[in-house]
Design a protein around this ligand. Sequence first.
Ligand code: SF4
Length: 285
Amino acid sequence: MARRISVTMLSSYLYCARKLFLERVLKLFEPEKLALVKGSIRHDTIDKASQFEEEVVRSVIEGDDYESIYNKYLAIYSKLLRESIVRNKYRLKTVKLPLIEAYNEIIPAFKQHSEMGALRLYKFVEENKFYGDELWEKLVPKIKSEIRIESPELELNGIVDQIEVYPDGFIPIELKTGSMPNEGVWPGHRIQLAAYALLMEEKFGKEIKEGFVYYLDQQERRQIVMNSFLKQEVRELKDKVRVLLNGEEIPEFTGNENKCKKCGLREKCFDEKILNKLLKEKITN
Ligand code: SF4
């Protein structure tokens, strides 16, 4: 049976096929980076928070104003952020960031998330006058997070960050920290969402027409419209990744200086002697 390819491998391949080979085939790993650790704490907190969305919504009663809904969101984010920081304490130690500083640096982003959540919910309450359980029943869309999907048919697997559930369909949302392109989304993010759309179509039996990348640092959602070319691109890319993982040749350099400057594997990547030794060991084992 063919080994399933994870969706994140597709975007890693697009970013730098050589890096994917170094990590997955030669088992070389980048040292921890401050931005990466902070990004994954933030990501983890948001994923967990959407599981509490129902609790927040059901707790809204008549007379709650914007401020009180904002405080409900912030209390959840603040608790989950502290828990995530504790879970990541060893990674934070590696990048020399004390836990309290990590909290102080990340919490402003969650104040913004609380504002957005409270605004959306308060508007819905004001317009519809639903509260508590009824509010939860009527609220559209509902958000599901961290949905694991795999498909023997597509030979792909992955975890969708968030899915917005509407009465007539589903929209996948991918959460990203870091930079955002001037227009549209980065190629890797586009292919990731398209792959999730394919997986979701198979799982839910409904066509997925669009998806969004939510760039957390910029607080901006960017749309991707699905089409058959994009889906075909996913299938072709998956085959290329399979060839790379089974291959015995180190792919070429990415040719993008900016990527190499930021890359934690750059020293080893440019050391042909080390790489050839590791490759030889892999082939003979
Ligand atoms: S140094 Fe450049 S070519 Fe090498 S793995 Fe990193 S990004 Fe790819």
